[in-house]
Design a protein around this ligand. Structure first.
Ligand code: DAH
Length: 355
């Protein structure tokens, strides 16, 4: 066997003998690295005569090639071997009995969604949902927010690659569920749609993912009095107050006309916020009468049907009701936080037991 054949054989044997990715990497460096055997051998070519250089050079390059291919193949084999070993060693037995239930806590977001849903269920609403990944039409256009409408800039939208047409996005609000529900059914509607929403925004009062509850009613002869009654009733029950100061302040949303923002009376002091008393106001939701164009976009005749809609932020309501000071802590998955602010599944607030 010539030296070159020997070098080739030894190298391939060494690669084949590697039993881990780390060992293989070491072997690769030992062969092809800056000071590797093959690299060193190639360096000697400069010192030999032209004829030898030609044959020896070709042979060495061929070895280098074979080694590279062998290393790649070995790498792939070791990878799947190691993955299988990990999968086998890290498997869990899902049939084991659960830990004592007191360990678990209901997250305030889930709890508040439950409470809101329970209150509106009493008022005759049923729950609907829609996808988190939406298209431009449901999230914007059908809601009377055409392309180039300034309202689009107010939603810091996460666009997805989708079909490459720039039309797939993470829904920026729960309002697209209005469109989906109206297009799929026939009026009247009395719908509540809780769910996750997304905006490219992150600071003390914003997280890129948050939750909203959307509500809407479409029926005959619906007017703002119904909207007001419904919202006031909700706030009274949610905050457990017989008399809650509520203010409807004119505002703008493209999908409602007229539009309003709802403020709730409160008292703000240095480090406390009391709902229901004092002379300060706190914005709590957006609402309005569903815009005729939105109804038309869903095939509903606005001369025959009218309705109102509202949308509120779940985390904000949870913070106010349960005195949670920092929004960002909601999604840090800190077990101590959840133990403190979460709800014992066996003692959750309910409409019957008190919210
Ligand atoms: N979609 C609005 C937002 O996220 C909230 C909203 C306002 C929803 C008014 C409504 C409404 O249904 O009528 O900012």
């Amino acid at each position: 066997m010539t030296d070159v054949d020997l070098l080739r054989q030894e190298s391939l044997n060494a690669i084949a003998a590697c039993i881990s990715s780390a060992a293989l990497e070491e072997q690769r460096v030992a062969l092809l690295g800056k000071k590797g055997k093959i690299t060193e051998a190639l360096k000697t070519l400069g010192g030999v005569d032209a004829k030898t250089r030609k044959t020896l050079g070709a042979a060495l390059n061929e070895i280098k090639n074979d080694i590279t291919i062998a290393i790649e193949a070995k790498k792939a084999a070791l990878f799947s071997q190691e993955l299988n070993a990990r999968l086998a060693s890290e498997k869990i037995d899902v049939t084991l009995p659960a830990q004592p239930i007191q360990q678990g806590r209901i997250h305030p977001v889930s709890q508040v969604i439950e409470e809101i849903t329970a209150i509106f269920a009493e008022l005759g609403f049923s729950v609907a949902d829609g996808p988190d990944i939406e298209d431009d039409d449901h999230n914007f256009t059908a809601l009377n927010i055409p392309e180039s409408h300034p309202a689009r800039q107010m939603h810091d939208t996460f666009y997805l690659q989708g079909n490459g047409d720039g039309k797939t996005l993470l829904r920026t609000h729960t309002s697209p569920v209005q469109i989906r529900t109206m297009r799929a059914g026939k009026p009247p509607f009395r719908i509540l749609a809780p769910g996750a929403t997304y905006r490219c925004d992150s600071d003390i009062t914003h997280t890129p993912m948050f939750h909203q509850v959307e509500g809407f009613v479409i029926d005959k002869n619906i007017h703002m009095g119904h909207l007001k009654g419904c919202i006031v009733e909700f706030l009274k029950t949610f905050f457990e107050l017989d008399n809650v100061p509520v203010r409807f302040r004119p505002s703008f949303f493209p999908f409602t006309e007229p539009s309003a923002e709802v403020d709730i009376g409160c008292k703000r002091s240095r480090d406390e916020l009391k709902i229901g008393e004092g002379s300060d106001w706190l914005e709590i939701m957006g609402c309005g009468m569903v815009h005729p164009s939105v109804l038309k976009n869903c095939g509903i005749d606005p001369n025959e049907w009218q309705g109102f809609a509202f949308g509120m932020g779940v985390e904000r309501l949870a913070m106010l009701k349960y005195g949670i000071p920092d929004l960002r802590t909601f999604f840090e998955s800190d077990a101590r936080w959840l133990k403190h602010y979460g709800f014992d599944p066996l003692h959750i607030p309910s409409l019957v037991g008190g919210l």
